[in-house]
Ligand binder design. Structure first.
Ligand SMILES: [Zn+2]
Length: 454
């Protein structure tokens, strides 16, 4: 890549850091929809902020009714797409820094969205700016599309595709380097079941607010006194699982402490709802709770649901219960499956349903798997850019995380997390390292030049 591009990118570092701080300070969690703000006013404010910054950089920007925006470099008919998003998941438990202050510690910036996905999106935007200011002639135009509903229903991209042309080729800076060319299929199920008499009685429980988050803590209020609390503590000791039980005026307050994470990457995590289900079964719970404890419990591979499977391109199926609430005598929960590319999603869904007798199951969302050849035009160029900028060996890998990449015919996920970095997407103390983000910006510039200028 030309020296001029490196110099320009270096000169943006301070501005990129400041801009990212402003972006992080907008808590763009999905909220109640309003006119022109389909995902709530904070998401709208984030979209306005990003559009204003892109305009100030000199790019033409279009607003798609608060669903998404696009930012274009060049006017060639053929396009390369960069798909990022401006919404973030809710804060969740366990933060030791303020989640929306964008606090700097050395070169690290802490905050929800620093890594997923405001930081990487901004790195790609500055890469576009460097290409423009360096005056590199492009044969294809580059179109960045920033969506506002990636963490929920992807309504943003549906709206976008319905109102303009969707490019066919490109990448999404919303996962990890080197290149993710295989994305598992996804199934979200909504479960409903009656609360049963008998055994232990749950008075209150409401854990989780997203299917795709592994809850790090679950609390429940149970009917009973000191004897029950003792039983719970003893079971915690026996299993080595961290439970606390406190006798209050209303009953026994139980807390299960898991290890939070993203549903697509359950390795080393522990689902607090799963812990609570196993405890409740141990205490004699019947009906829905017992069924869920037996069919799911603390498993992450869907084994007792009859769904465990794997293939060589994508690895194993994963399964997560992100939500479990009790309200007016009814339990409501969700299951999030990430399925290998070769698996039959319809059959998996039916198998899961067959293993949940007495529970009403509704399909909330079903996303097909996505695969782009590792030796094709797109992946080989991205890997070349990655290798040139990092001197690391590039390879194409699979993920259970779904990114916007699958919206494109030829789309892959590309950065911005490096292989040796901790993935804190959707977790407490999410951060980005500005040094790494600048490297990502260089990789994006290099890649975009290979894709659009050659
Ligand atoms: Zn993301």
């Amino acid at each position: 890549m030309e020296r001029r591009v490196y110099e320009l990118l270096d000169s943006y570092r301070g501005e990129l850091t400041e801009t990212l701080q402003r972006w992080i300070r907008v808590p763009s969690v999905k909220g109640e929809s309003a006119e022109g703000a389909p995902f709530g006013k904070e998401v709208r404010r984030m979209l306005d902020t990003a559009m204003e910054d892109a305009r100030r950089m000199g790019f033409p920007v279009r607003d798609f009714d608060g669903y998404a925006c696009d930012i274009t470099l060049g006017d060639a008919e053929e396009k390369i797409a960069v798909l990022g998003h401006l919404d973030v998941v809710p804060v969740g438990d366990g933060w030791t820094r303020p989640p929306f202050d964008a606090v700097m510690e050395g070169t690290r910036m802490y905050g929800r969205g620093t890594n997923d996905d405001k930081g990487p999106s901004l790195a790609a935007l500055y890469a576009m700016r460097a290409i423009r200011e360096a005056g590199i002639p492009l044969k294809k135009s580059i179109r960045m599309i920033l969506g506002c509903d990636e963490e929920s229903g992807w309504e943003d991209m549906e709206w976008y595709a319905a109102h303009t042309d969707m490019p066919e080729t490109g990448f999404s800076p919303d996962a990890s380097f080197p290149v993710i060319n295989t994305e598992k299929g996804m199934i979200h199920l909504l479960l409903r079941g009656k609360d049963a008499e008998g055994g232990v009685r749950v008075l209150e429980m409401a854990t989780g607010d997203r299917p795709n988050v592994i809850p790090g803590e679950s609390t429940a209020l149970l009917e009973g006194g000191e004897e029950l609390a003792e039983k719970i503590r003893a079971w915690g000791e026996k299993t080595g699982l961290p439970f606390t039980a406190e006798v209050t005026e209303k009953g026994v307050q139980v807390t299960a402490t898991g290890i939070p994470g993203h549903s697509a990457y359950p390795e080393g995590r522990r689902n607090a709802i799963g812990m609570m289900l196993c405890l409740l079964r141990e205490l004699g719970a019947e009906g829905t709770v017992r069924t869920l404890a037996e069919a799911v419990g603390m498993e992450q591979d869907g084994k007792s649901l009859g769904c465990a499977c794997r293939d060589d391109v994508s690895g194993e199926l994963t399964c997560n219960m992100g939500i479990l609430h009790l309200k007016d005598g009814e339990w409501t929960g969700t299951l999030d499956f990430r399925c290998p590319v070769t698996a039959d999603q319809e059959a998996l869904k039916n198998t899961a349903i067959a293993h949940l007798p007495g529970i009403e199951v509704e399909v909330l969302e079903l996303k097909e798997p996505h695969h782009v050849p590792a030796d094709g035009w797109l992946v080989s160029r991205l890997l070349a850019a990655y290798e040139e900028e990092t001197a690391l060996k590039g390879e194409a890998i699979a993920t259970g995380g779904g990114t916007y990449a699958k919206i494109l015919k030829q789309g892959v996920a590309f950065g911005a997390l490096f292989p040796d970095e901790e993935d804190l997407a959707h977790q407490a103390d999410e951060y980005t390292d500005i040094d790494r983000l600048m490297t990502a910006a260089r990789i994006y510039a290099n890649a975009l030049i290979r894709l659009a200028a050659e």
